[in-house]
Design a protein. Structure first.
Length: 102
C-alpha cells in the first residue's frame, strides 16, 4: 500500500503541519473540511497542501514524517521551496469547490 508524507500550512504561511497517510486526497479533504474539531490543523486553519512525497509503503511515509518532525522550520521551507516556491495549494484542482468533496 502506497503512503504519502505531506506538509500543510495556513493562508498566512505562519504554521506548518506535517502528516502521513495512505490516501492523500481523502486526508487533505478531511483537513479542509475540519473533520476533527479538536485537531491541530483545524485550530490553526492549516488547509493548504504545499508539499508532499509519495512512497511505496505507508511504513516509509511514517519514517519520513518522523524525519521531518525532527527537523526545523528552515528545512521544511527548503523542501517546499524546491518544488513550490509560491506555496500554492497543490490540492486546489482535486476538489470541485464544494465543502464536502468525499
Amino acid at each position: 500500500m502506497k503512503g504519502y508524507c505531506y506538509i500543510l500550512t495556513n493562508k498566512n504561511k505562519t504554521v506548518l503541519y506535517v502528516g502521513a497517510t495512505n490516501n492523500l486526497e481523502r486526508r487533505v479533504s478531511e483537513h479542509k473540511n475540519g473533520k476533527y474539531k479538536n485537531a491541530f490543523t483545524k485550530k490553526y486553519n492549516c488547509t493548504l497542501l504545499v508539499y508532499f512525497e509519495e512512497f511505496d509503503t505507508i511504513k516509509d511515509s511514517f519514517k519520513r514524517e518522523r524525519q521531518w518532525k525532527a527537523g526545523n522550520r528552515k528545512r521544511k521551507e527548503k523542501l517546499i521551496n524546491s518544488i513550490n516556491p509560491e506555496w500554492n495549494d497543490l490540492s486546489e484542482s482535486w476538489f470541485d469547490g464544494s465543502k464536502e468533496s468525499f
